[in-house]
Write a protein that binds this ligand. Sequence first.
Ligand SMILES: CC(C)(COP(=O)(O)OP(=O)(O)OC[C@H]1O[C@@H](n2cnc3c(N)ncnc32)[C@H](O)[C@@H]1OP(=O)(O)O)[C@@H](O)C(=O)NCCC(=O)NCCS
Length: 347
Amino acid sequence: MKGIRSVGITGVGSYAPEKVLTNFDLEKMVDTTDEWIVSRSGIRERHIASEEKSTSDLACDASIRAMKDAGVKPEDIDLIIMATVSPDKIVPSTACIVQGKLGCVNAGAFDVMAGCTGFIYALSVARQMVATGSNNTVLVIGADLLSKLTDWEDRNTCVLFGDGGGAAIVQPVEEGYGLIDHIVGAKGLGHLCIEIPAGGTFMPATHKSIDDRQHYIKMLGKEVFKFAVKTIEKTTVELAEKTGIPIDKIKLIVPHQANSRIMDAGKKRLKLADGVMYSNLEKYGNTSAGTIPLALADALADGKINKGDYVMLVGFGAGLTNGAIIMKWAYEVNQPEKRYAVRGAVQ
Ligand SMILES: CC(C)(COP(=O)(O)OP(=O)(O)OC[C@H]1O[C@@H](n2cnc3c(N)ncnc32)[C@H](O)[C@@H]1OP(=O)(O)O)[C@@H](O)C(=O)NCCC(=O)NCCS
């Protein structure tokens, strides 16, 4: 094994489909109101993929932008790690489908399923692979297309989710910069809190499972809410203590975007200054493994991050899982070639 080296993100890209579904549109579909959705979740609209698209398409569009941002070509990528809970198919991995579509002919590829914490899990694996010298250029993706797995008759869940994702290129960086440390955790006894019961070996797809709508996302909202509020604080504090980086030195915390009340509670419990807890939730809703890279790309586009800033990503979600990763941002963001076009069609 080669020596440990500094590793960081060298490019970021994101993608959300062009079609927007507002809370007012939802009022016409289920018994809900814009006022209820905004006050309970902070979400105003979400993006919805067109019928012919699958998760790999969103992942590819985000990845093309990330590769362009980092100045790498598909053949430079030597590993693809894809975090998703909405794979194109049960077999094979969506990472392999992405590898084929992008022409990353020199890359190994595998999926990580860790709920909405997936991007952090994937990034932490990429960190190790590049630090040890096993890989040089890893494409890490977090993307989900939940609109096809959402029960559009269930107002408890359908108002919360959306489609989208992001990608990051992970490479060796200047010493002293980049990914510093991470933690990942799980609470498997909570696996029923967020689930899609049917379609796997536990409940193979049958006419009955479909009639019973068991192939859609089910969620115990209140349980998840309690877990999330505790976890966002605990995980942030744990990683800050582990690395010795005080929370007040962190320029930006990019949390999983599930609910503004969860983020507000985190902000209060952690005594954060205004603007430290980044949110773009109102525009996208919860895109599961997609939220963190989508928010990171928006934060870069908003000019919230620059070289040397401490940035922490914090996640929680189905599993139940949690995780956080902290980095010292490795490059000047305002270089002319770093253009953060984050929405709409890929040019
Ligand atoms: C789902 C969530 C927004 C619900 O908010 P809440 O304040 O807990 O609301 P409640 O569950 O107490 O529901 C209150 C009422 O609103 C109703 N309600 C649920 N969805 C509704 C909707 N879309 N519109 C209107 N009313 C709705 C409920 O049926 C309930 O009615 P009842 O009292 O007559 O039974 C909240 O629990 C939550 O955000 N949980 C975490 C979800 C999450 O982040 N998941 C992903 C994590 S990765």
